[in-house]
Design a binder for this molecule. Structure first.
Ligand code: ADP
Ligand code: MG
Length: 344
């Protein structure tokens, strides 16, 4: 960012809103009216899917190692991920900002550069928002709106016995990336002359700072004529999401530790930090991959997909949620991690 600092008060609220909206032209035919009126007008076909998420400074992000550009991107991506997790296509977003006077016009520009990059990569239109002052740091709230044919909606509640359990991409990277960033921050606080050494950790740091929503997989599943029987995005960690599907579908799952997709950099860095890579994959969170179930028939259609991994299958509820370890023992999957499964 340049050193120039313009106070938001110099522009005023309306000046700031004009400055933001100038950079955003709508691309979707579903956006009948975007920013500038009292409300936006949408012309969506099919079912409309709506989701919203709030991000608070000090709770969800740390500005000492999170560039505003990345934060803008991530704020959109995590909402788009929730739309994708319904098997829907994202179309529109709104962005609400609470800004303390620590933030300059240039800082807001940087944030919206990230929002714009995400709008372009996910093909969504920014259709509105709200801008207020905040007494407690940066507050960001994004709402995403998407569409889906009614028969394609994938809820958490549709998993059936004998379905196959799938995850996209790889797991645990975002959590291990955060551990690296926090470690480097402590080093920097102790000795401000030390420059962070992050090259070795490029992939996992990017997983933390600039996560991507899996809209590509949603599109590809549609082309392959596959509708997941259930689906959820992995924001809190595989274990926690698996238990949501279990509870809401009334089924159990059996997964295999040796099938969990873990990137080599994630694995090596976890070991370096003394963290079990499997624990990072199960409980790390913020990977924004998709966890879903498909019928055996549909499994055939997706087995060649390079980013979809089969990690287990659905079983009856009374058999519980079990992970078979690399050593062959059975462990109960719990939200906090995994504890030894006591066979009755
Ligand atoms: P109102 O007084 O009706 O809430 P505003 O002045 O807050 O109107 O907003 C005017 C227009 O600018 C609206 O279309 C609103 O959605 C949009 N807008 C306001 N703040 C933002 C923002 N941070 N990002 C995107 N659009 C915004
Ligand atoms: Mg307003």
């Amino acid at each position: 960012m340049e050193n120039k600092r313009t106070e938001i008060s110099d522009l005023g609220e309306f000046g700031l809103i004009d400055r933001i909206s100038e950079n955003f032209a709508s691309v979707n035919k579903e956006t009948e009216l975007g920013i500038g009126d009292d409300a936006a007008v949408l012309h969506n076909e099919g079912r409309t899917i709506v989701t919203t998420d709030m991000l608070l400074e000090g709770v969800h992000f740390d500005l000492s190692f999170t560039p505003l550009l990345h934060l803008g991107y991530k704020a959109v991506a995590v909402n788009v991920s929730d739309i994708a997790a319904m098997n829907a296509t994202p179309k529109h977003i709104t962005v609400n900002l609470g800004l303390s006077n620590r933030f300059s016009v240039e800082a807001v520009d940087e944030f919206y550069k990230g929002v714009k990059a995400a709008c372009e990569s996910y093909k969504v239109d920014l259709i509105g928002g709200d801008t207020t002052s905040s007494m407690s740091g940066l507050v960001i709230s994004v709402t995403a709106i998407g569409t889906v044919d009614q028969h394609k909606i994938a809820k958490r509640s549709g998993a059936k016995e004998k379905d196959v359990v799938c995850v996209t991409g790889d797991l645990g990277g975002a959590f291990i990336g955060l551990q690296v960033l926090e470690r480097e921050k402590q080093v920097f606080i102790a000795n401000p002359d030390m420059q962070p050494q992050l090259e070795k950790y490029d992939y996992i740091v990017q997983r933390q700072l600039k996560p991507e929503a899996r809209t590509g997989v949603i599109h590809e599943l549609s082309e392959l004529n596959v509708v997941p029987s259930s689906m959820i995005d992995i924001s809190d960690g595989l274990a926690s999401e698996l238990l949501h599907i279990s509870r809401q579908s009334g089924i159990g799952m059996k997964i295999y530790e040796d099938k969990l997709p873990i990137d080599k950099q994630t694995y090596d860095t976890a070991v370096e930090l003394g963290i079990d890579p499997t624990t990072a994959a199960l409980n790390g969170g913020e990977d924004y991959e998709l966890l879903f179930t498909v019928s055996m028939d549909d499994m055939e259609k997706i087995k060649k997909h390079p980013d979809i991994h089969f990690i287990g299958y659905v079983q009856s509820l009374d058999k519980g949620n079990i992970m078979v370890t690399k050593g062959g023992s059975e462990i109960e999957v719990t939200a906090q991690g995994w504890s030894h499964f006591n066979k009755k």
